[in-house]
Design a binder for this molecule. Structure first.
Ligand SMILES: C[S@@+](CC[C@H](N)C(=O)[O-])C[C@H]1O[C@@H](n2cnc3c(N)ncnc32)[C@H](O)[C@@H]1O
Length: 224
């Protein structure tokens, strides 16, 4: 076995938000910075997410809240959200059929069989979620600080995007605005945040919170 193969692929699992998820080289290894996306959603619905930290006043009622995870990979975000917010309706998409198969296995492992949809962004999504969460590929191939030895083991389709890493995030913002999606929670490198906030603002989203790598937007088009 290649000594450089990331530990998670050697073991076949990675911990995310306190639970183990199956991972194989067809999916990105879940990252610790993505766990804050779960905290951002819990904060939005007014649920405690850290001992001793009071969540904000709830913006939305979690009962039957329709959440869509775009670019689900191993399914770690969607499955964790369903386990943390059982009263919500959670669905997930990915463009990669191989990733969807692994996400389905993880959903069964955690007792949360969710609907998984193969889709390029929102193309095959036939309903209107209240909230989209997305950790889409945002790595710019030209960043000088990339640890290519490690990243080369993960699927390129899960990591890289054109336009300095922003093309998919920008498209998702535009598609979400057209469909009047109320809340959008996105992960990106902090060096990309200013450009994302500008693009979101041009599409009638206002920034509600920044939390590490995670940006929470709400739409000005929809009354809350
Ligand atoms: C950075 S990985 C995130 C995986 C997982 N959500 C996580 O946080 O660990 C991005 C995922 O987006 C998927 N993806 C890439 N392009 C996509 C597109 N156009 N539409 C939907 N999913 C896409 C990839 O297959 C990959 O699973």
């Amino acid at each position: 076995m290649n000594a450089l193969l990331p530990k998670a692929y050697r073991l076949g699992y990675q911990n995310f938000y306190g639970r183990d998820f199956l991972v194989m080289p067809d999916v990105l290894i879940p990252r610790p910075e993505t766990e804050q996306m779960i905290d951002a959603v819990l904060n939005l619905i007014g649920k405690p997410y850290l001992p001793g930290v009071k969540p904000s006043t709830a913006q939305i009622n979690p009962k039957n809240l329709k959440i869509l995870d775009v670019g689900t990979g191993s399914g770690c975000i969607a499955i964790t959200l369903k386990l943390e917010i059982p009263e919500a309706i959670v669905k997930a998409t990915d463009i990669s059929p191989e990733a969807i198969k692994i996400a389905q296995k993880n959903a069964i492992k955690h007792g949360t069989p969710l609907p998984f949809i193969i889709s390029n962004l929102l193309k095959n999504v036939k309903f209107t979620p209240d909230l989209i969460v997305a950790n889409l590929p945002y790595v710019d191939q030209d960043w000088g600080w990339l640890e290519r030895d490690r990243l080369d083991f993960e699927p390129s389709i899960a990591l890289y995007a054109d336009n300095h890493g922003l093309s998919l995030i920008f498209k998702l913002i535009e598609q979400s605005a057209k469909r009047k999606i109320k809340f959008l929670i996105l992960e990106a490198d902090p060096c990309q945040h200013a450009e994302i906030i500008k693009h979101a603002t041009e599409n009638d989203y206002i920034l509600r919170e920044t939390r590490g790598y995670i940006l929470t937007f709400c739409s000005l088009q929809v009354s809350h």
